[in-house]
Design a binder for this molecule. Structure first.
Ligand SMILES: Nc1ncnc2c1ncn2[C@@H]1O[C@H](COP(=O)(O)OP(=O)(O)OP(=O)(O)O)[C@@H](O)[C@H]1O
Length: 302
């Protein structure tokens, strides 16, 4: 696996607080990678270290093949940490020209138009950023992260403060950067449903440590259960013993997929009436809660 980021026993302490506690993580090249964790898990600390903004207390990180702060490696990455702020009197186009010039890059109008188009801001190119919504500011932030044509971009909470249409647009933008432009995207988010929709792989952190890592499909199918609408349900619960539980009118069988056919055969032989039997995946939220012991605020009221 070629990795864009590799950390080894990364530790960061602030006085007695261990923001990162021996974190070893490998993020593969390609795809969208989510870093999840409850408040204070250490996600922003990790990103700040990777971007060379703060130094680790112990441990190492290799980003785009170079040590932290390596100038050549940092040219191959872009980032957006928190909702960006720009001079309010500038237009989106002026912000892009200003910042690309500051990076020593040519900012002819064709290039600027391309950047604006990539993030869906063509129609707002000549509007002052003072009137921009949070979503538009975040998209302009992504455009800026892209001006050096990076192979990797790191986004801390790219959808925070956005309304549902804004979130949907950001999701499409992130997927398109990965799918059509081959850019590896690493993001931190609290919005688990969003992460499940947009990410290919995730790392779940808690108290500065890695508690789970894997592809979204691996993590969600490993918690798969068989949901049965059956009569009489008491008999089925008896057959299942500790592996069975009730969820409303249905019986949930916590068994591996391979055991499904044998269970159904046994139930039929015992005269159980089966109306429906279907596999239901665990969602990322339940995996997250199991791994971190957290209570997640529903996205609808975030
Ligand atoms: N500059 C700092 N000084 C002291 N403590 C800090 C500092 N930065 C972070 N911390 C502490 O380190 C821990 C990890 O914080 P961090 O911001 O990395 O977590 P996070 O996962 O990004 O949280 P959130 O989801 O709330 O943004 C927290 O306990 C935080 O209070």
């Amino acid at each position: 696996m070629t990795s864009v980021i590799e950390t080894r026993s990364l530790t960061k302490t602030y006085g007695t607080v261990r923001a990162l506690d021996g974190l070893s993580l490998e993020i593969p090249r390609g795809g969208v990678y989510g870093v999840l964790g409850p408040n204070g898990a250490g996600k922003s600390t990790l990103f700040r270290i990777l971007l060379g903004l703060i130094r680790p207390t112990e441990g190492q990180a290799i980003v785009m093949g170079g040590p932290i702060g390596d100038v050549k490696a940092s040219r191959r990455m872009g980032s957006m940490i928190e909702t960006p702020r720009f001079p309010p009197f500038m237009t989106a186009r002026q912000v892009l020209v200003w910042l690309s010039t500051a990076h020593g890059l040519k900012a002819d109008s064709n290039r600027v138009d391309t950047w604006l188009d990539r993030v869906g801001l063509t129609g707002a190119a000549d509007r002052k950023v003072r009137g921009f919504s949070v979503g538009m500011l975040q998209r302009l932030g992504v455009a800026i992260a892209l001006i050096t044509e990076p192979e990797l971009i790191i986004l801390d909470e790219p959808t925070s403060g956005m309304d549902p249409p804004g979130i949907q647009e950001m999701r499409a933008l992130i997927r398109s950067l990965s799918d059509h432009e081959g850019i590896t995207v690493v993001l931190a988010s609290h919005q688990l449903l969003e992460v499940q929709r947009v990410c290919d792989r995730v790392a779940i952190m808690n108290k500065g440590r890695l508690v789970r890592e894997g592809s979204v499909s691996e993590l969600t199918t490993s918690g798969e259960r068989l949901r049965l609408s059956v009569k009489p349900s008491e008999k089925v619960l008896q057959v299942l013993g500790a592996k069975g539980s009730k969820e409303g009118d249905a019986v949930i069988a916590a068994i591996p997929r391979a055991e499904g056919p044998a269970l159904l055969k046994a139930l039929i032989e015992q005269g159980v009436e089966i109306d429906e039997a279907r596999w239901v995946g665990a969602d990322l939220e339940s995996v997250f809660m199991t791994e971190t012991g957290s209570v997640q605020i529903p996205e609808a009221i975030q």
